[in-house]
Structure formats: C-alpha cells, structure tokens
Write a protein of this length. Structure first.
Length: 494
C-alpha cells in the first residue's frame, strides 16, 4: 500500500517544498552527522502488519516523515525537504531471527550497534523502523527507531512518538505527560518587588555573561581533563553500543521531596556520584584488590568534566497538537531550534551521598537563570547563514570535543501506553554521531526511570559497572534520606 501525502493545509494535491533549518543543515555535515536511536520494549510479541498499519495512520502523516532530502544541482548545493510518496514497508525491517540464541540481550546490542554503521538511503525519507521479535530480559519484543537528527530535535521527536500511542487502559486517549517542574514563587508588589526584579535581571545578565565567556573559552582552548571516560579525536566515527537499565522513579521522587529539589537535581546528583565512583575505580584499575580500590581515593585533585546539553528553545508542541497535526496532515511548529549549554559535573568522593544533590541543585539553579541556550542558538544560526553550515558544524564539533559527555532527561507518560495495541514496557532513547564516548539519557515511564547509555566500548569497556555505580548511588541517597527522617523523628520524641 502506498500512501499519498497531501498538502499540510488539507486536500490531496502535492505539498510545498521547505528549506532545511540552519540546525538541520549542521546535522548533515560529515563531521556532525547525528542520528537518533530509540528502543521501545513491548510486553507482547509484535505483529509487523499491525505495526506497519499503525505507522501509516500516524507517523508518516507528519511532513518530515513523508519528505525526502534533495540537494540542488547548481553551485549553491542547497538542501530542501521535498514531499514524496511513502511506501511504509520500505522503511520497516523485520529480520529473520534465531530465537534459540543463548544471549538475546547481547544479540540486540550487536544488532543495534550494526545498524548504526549502515548509512541511510537518501532517496527516501530519513527514518527506519526495525522490529525484533526476540524476548530479552525486560521485554517480549522490541522496536528500534532510527531517525536522522535533521528531522527534528530529541524532545520534539519523543513528543511525536508519544502522540502516535494511546493509553493501554483507554485506546482512544492520548498519554498523560507531566508538565515541567517549576516552582512559582509569589513576588510582593511595590518597592521590595521592584528590588527583587532588578536583582533577578542583574543575576540573569551576570550568569549569561559568565556562561558565554566559558563557552567561548571552550571553543578556543578550555578542554576537559583527559579522564578514562573521555573520547579521543575521531570518537564520533566509531561504532557505539546502546544499553539501558531501569531504576525506580519512586526512589528518585523520595529523594527529590526530602531534599526540596527537582527530579533533574536528583538525576544530576546521581550521575555525579556514579561517575565519581566509576572514574575513581578506573584510575586505580591496576590495583589487585577491587574493594580497596573502590574505597581508596585515586582521583586527581581537580577534574574538569562537563556535559554538553542540547536544549530545545522552541515552545514545546503538546502531544494533542501533534496528534491533531497527523490526523489532519497539517503543519505545526516543528524543526531543530536548539541551543547548547555546558553543565559542569562535580567529580569527587563524599561520605555523605546527599552532598551530590546539593551540588547539583546549585549548578542547575544557576543555569536556570541564564540565556546561554538562546545565545548559542542565535550565534549558531547567524554563523550558518553567513558562513555556511560547515562552519557552524565545525564550531559545534570543537565545543563538544572539548567536553566529556552528553546528558539529557525526558519526561514520559505516567500510565502504560500502547502503539497499535502493543503495550510498551520501556522506552530508551539515545543519539550517535557526535564526538563523545559517553551519552546519557534518562527517560521516565509510569513508575520507572530508564537510564540509556551510548558508549564507545574502547573507552568504556565495562558499562554495566557504571550502571552498578549509578544505581548504587541512588540507593545510598535513598537510604540517607530515610535515615535522616528517622533521626528527625527520634529528636522530636526527645
């Protein structure tokens, strides 16, 4: 079955072409050729025919998924999106599998790593879906989405994917996704309110100035410490492995509430604690006694370790709006409008695990009062327009090469969802093609938090030990807040 794509405003004739955004052009530069990988575990085996039919009624009705990339033949070599007829079956791969494999989890890892080494076919829209009916440790089957990053930023694509799903309990209802965590504080009106407003403006200006200076310094000379997890030159070209582990979202919320923090604060604190343990062990990996190595401080006195975070500065399009857009085959706000922020990680060993949360909260609070993402987006757009996408890509590549990892957190549905009748067990998004040996994504779903890692196995040969350190750090924080509450109660009784 072939699906004709109508105009975005309705009807059945051809749609208009659209030029690539500056960010999308950057993602097509050979030095920054990024793709998104999203694993969707299912609680049942997958019927390919039903799944394909679901794609025909949802995903391909989005303009980006029904347009191919075309390059002008003239000297300008301008790229544009051109609507095309989509044969969904050409985008869906259902490999024949050996269901008697001894290690299905390892098979899935190998399979996904392999498909990331295969170039996409530019004669059709830049996305593909792989259906793997193999039972793993946490799913009966899984679907792997491979999407070129020029189609959209990660947050928008995750919202679009969720807009294609429905609640398992109500097949007609869209998923419910919590809003962003914002603590609104009342500001007194009058003289004191005016002073507070002035102070916030001054702090915003100061933080933005500091962040931009550090960003420029990173572009020119400021490089992260060469720790055991930092990739060398050319790491973006090496095959990655994609793995995940699920932890309790309730444990994260417990720590969050006890510390008067946000989930982002807790996740950053857990990451700082886990990375500190892992890097400390790697520095002492030549020691014979592993337990002693873990307790001994092998870290250098000071480590500069930062994450580059991609921020979507476009007002987020709601799931309902995206669902309506696909139903009506119309256009909504879409595209890569992204900026970068550089987030410093506190790497040290502490007896009190809650110290990582306090440090993370200070860092994130400072970044919230800054226009770094907007400024970097504006600068990248101007550079791409004046000097071309190649120059903008070279700058982005340089900045990321001088940092250590990528980090993100995406909020997911609070109830179980299904795609075309296939209930989802977990969702693990990631990305590859950028100059980092470690990429960390946190994705919430119902009462779980999935930690997804994309790693260069030559740099991080033991990623499951990193998972152990992350999970152990969360457990230590939960135990610490529980013990603190018990101590408070004892003191109250006295």
């Amino acid at each position: 079955m072939r699906v004709e794509v109508g105009p975005r405003g309705g009807g059945t004739t051809t749609t208009s072409e659209e030029p690539l955004s500056p960010a999308a052009r950057v993602f097509h530069d050979p030095s920054f050729n990024c793709h998104i990988i999203a694993k969707m575990g299912c609680k049942t085996s997958i019927d390919p025919a039903v799944f394909i039919d679901g794609l025909k009624h949802t995903l391909i009705k989005h303009p980006r998924f029904s347009s191919k990339l075309v390059v002008n033949d003239d000297k300008s070599q301008k790229k544009r999106w051109v609507p095309t007829t989509v044969n969904v079956e050409d985008h869906v791969v259902v490999p024949e599998l050996d269901l008697k494999t001894d290690s299905p989890d390892q098979f899935v890892e190998d399979y996904i790593s392999h498909i990331t080494t295969v170039h996409m076919d530019f004669s059709k829209p830049l996305w593909e879906v792989h259906i793997l009916n193999v039972k793993t440790s946490d799913a009966e089957a899984l679907v792997v989405f491979k999407i070129h990053h020029s189609i959209g930023d990660g947050a928008s694509l995750m919202s679009l994917l969720l807009a294609c799903t429905r609640k398992t309990s109500d097949p007609e209802a869209l998923p419910t996704v919590p809003g962003s965590e914002r603590k609104d504080s009342a500001m007194s009106i009058g003289f004191w309110g005016f002073l507070v407003a002035i102070w916030l403006v001054l702090r915003l200006a100061f933080n933005t100035l500091v962040d931009i200076v550090l960003f420029l310094a990173t572009l020119l000379f400021l490089r992260d410490t060469n720790t055991p997890i930092k990739g060398a030159s050319g790491v973006e070209l090496k095959p990655k492995r994609f793995i995940h582990r699920t932890v309790s979202l309730d444990d994260i919320k417990l720590v969050k509430n006890a510390m008067n923090a946000t989930i982002n604060d807790v996740l950053l604190g857990v990451t700082e604690a886990g990375l500190s343990l892992y890097i400390n062990r790697r520095y002492g990996e030549n020691e014979k006694d592993d337990k002693a190595t873990k307790k001994r401080i092998n870290l250098p006195e000071s480590i500069r370790l930062r994450s580059a975070i991609l921020v979507n500065i476009r007002p987020s399009t709601g799931i309902q709006a995206l669902a309506d857009m696909m139903a009506k085959e119309s256009k909504s706000g879409w595209g890569n409008r992204i900026g970068y922020i550089l987030l410093p990680f506190h790497i040290a060993l502490h007896d009190d695990p809650l110290k990582y949360i306090r440090s993370a909260k200070r860092t994130i609070d400072g970044k919230k009062i800054s226009l770094e993402a907007i400024c970097t987006n504006l600068a990248a757009t101007v550079i791409a327009k004046l000097f071309g996408a190649k120059a903008a890509a070279a700058i982005a590549h340089r900045v990321l090469s001088n940092t250590t990892l990528s980090f993100s957190n995406v909020v997911g549905p609070v109830e179980e969802i299904s795609f075309s009748g296939h209930p989802m067990a977990y969702l693990a998004p990631s990305v590859y093609g950028h100059p980092h040996a470690l990429t960390m994504h946190f994705q919430s779903y119902t009462d779980k938090m999935t930690i997804a890692l994309a790693i260069d196995p030559e740099v991080i040969p033991d990623p499951y030990r990193l998972f152990d350190d992350l999970e152990g750090s969360l457990t230590a924080m939960k135990d610490a807040v529980v013990q603190r509450e018990l101590n408070y109660k004892k003191e109250a009784v006295k």
